[in-house]
Design a protein around this ligand. Sequence first.
Ligand code: 5AD
Ligand code: SF4
Length: 477
Amino acid sequence: MAKKDYKLPSLNDARKRNKEVSEKLSFVLEEQYKDLGKDKKYFLVTHGCQANQRDSETIAGILDEMGYTPSEDEEKADLIIINTCAVRQGAEEKVLGEIGALKRLKTANSDLIIGMCGCMAQEEKTVSLIMEKYRQVDIIFGTHNITSLPKLLYEVNTTRTRKIEVFSKMGEIIESVPVTRFMSHKAWVNIMYGCDKFCTYCIVPYTRGKERSRYKEDIIFEVEELVKQGYKEVCLLGQNVNAYGKDLHNDYTFGNLLNDVAKTGIARIRFMTSHPWDFDDTMIEAIKNNSNIMPYIHLPIQSGNTGILKKMNRRYSREEYFELYDKLKRELPGFAFTTDIIVGFPNESDEAFEDTMSAVEHCEYDNAFTFIYSKREGTPAANMEDTIDRKTKEERLQRLNERVAFYANKNNQRFKDQIVEVLVDGLSKRNSNVYSGYTPENKLVNFTANNVKTGDLVKVKITEVMSFSLNGECIEE
Ligand code: 5AD
Ligand code: SF4
């Protein structure tokens, strides 16, 4: 391919927003693509968050409809697709290492097609790098271009040239896209795409575009179908679920959606992620009034210091977060709460970090996902001065993790000797003599049992309590 006869994505374009209601389109696989995958195997690697997991299920669904079959073995695949994550530097380095290692397979088999998609594909710097230095990659497609995969595969097959399609902006919602779900008992259900919050450290609003809600009818239909297929749990997905529906301007809120999804009768409903901003009373009421909405809320705080929160553009102060958090704790007794925390945001002082430590003490979270700030090119925080050295940040993370573990353990003590309901995921990944699954509060339980299977809801007596998991024995199979 001649130099730059392809269009690079632009984070700058991706920043732009308009108020238009997103158009709804319907996916149809064109006839000419239907047999393209006959006798061919694909291997799909997924990095990152639940949105990426769900996207990979769509990619698998499309490939299956094209006649491809999944392969457990990368070495035997005719097509390898890597679905990437750009949220932190570490995730990107891992992907580049993986793509680098694929050169060996490509050299051994020039017919092998390698595709790269996901959030890294939305970054111009990554696409330039791949085009120049990772020539083993044949296809790059963006988060808004998944439904173009059949066309791109067809073109690569017929022209034997590298293909890129990455739209920086997306105004549409595409329905009726095939899906091959990776689990038979729990399902991810997108309720909206994108994010308009623009936290200053975060690349997601650029890589996933503007907030676009799916129509409630499509979401409820999807959940009803899952119930018919025997699914026990749905997790409603959005970068910021509280904003559901705002772009549709029809007064139907996330609280309304929770009530309607609950009516489908699915055994367990979860949702991710809630932003403390506009976590309104209709949501709290819906959560309270429906016993199939699980007693678990993930509410990222990011920092406990008002100055840092302001620089992060989080739209709440330490006190406002506590006000909401304390209200949720009061109104939703027995619920588990988790959070996300970033340490080492540019120029985070010792005092500011101590505010995060004391916030953890105040909130006594069941768990927290903790990260060292990672500079993301193209975001506002990337231009902020940062004089804090890596070692200090690592020490802060270590101290924070110890405090998080202390409260995780403290919270778990209430389950000792209790009988809990567990949705069985299957045999434990770590120990094939025990099963694992989650309680309504999203506590991981490893337990012994004689005759259970994936998707069963069983009663387990908790015999041992650790910080991040519980052990028990099944008493009712
Ligand atoms: N550096 C570190 N952590 C980040 N997150 C998002 N962007 C960054 C970044 N640049 C974290 C936030 C978010 C979670 C999904 O990832 O805590 O809630
Ligand atoms: Fe990123 Fe903030 Fe949007 Fe979450 S709410 S995806 S942290 S910009």
